[in-house]
Design a protein around this ligand. Sequence first.
Ligand SMILES: [Zn+2]
Length: 191
Amino acid sequence: MREKRLKGKELNTVDKSIYLKIQRPSEKCLLCGADLVEARKHPSAIQPEGEDSVLRKDYCPRCWEQLDDEQFFSHWMAKREPRPERTRISREERNRLLLAYFEHLSRVDSSEMEALEREARRFFLAHLLMRFRVFRWKSTDRETGKIVFEHTQTNEEWSVEPLDLPDEMVLRIKQDIEEFLRKGQDLEVSF
Ligand SMILES: [Zn+2]
């Protein structure tokens, strides 16, 4: 591999916290767009960016050899794991499943599921649906703090309790929803 190290700047002069900020490897060669995951092994380099940041650059071996005047803090051969086999779920399918789950939770009564657990899930899902532009925020009740969401297509309204969810609860709900989406791939939604 050709040396392209910045003079006087060795890797060990790079602060560890900066090093941790190195971005995730890119999928494609910065220059030619070649698939780097397929390549399995390719040159990666970091360059200083501003005062306290670094920029990660990934190249296919061919483009790397052709680089002439780029200078880097450090470079190495990055190894890439092949992409995991995954059945992909379409955006529409994902949105449909999330909405179905939200509607289901809005219908179950508290005896079936603890009220807080149900409201926490509705709260999380409503925000997720807003992020995916299925819902939009409509209003927040000044007295109760209840948040009203509106379906962007049907204008149907849903109100959600305002909650401050602890991180571990958010994580658990998120995992449950991901699990639900995985199952949903080969399940017809039954509710
Ligand atoms: Zn390339």
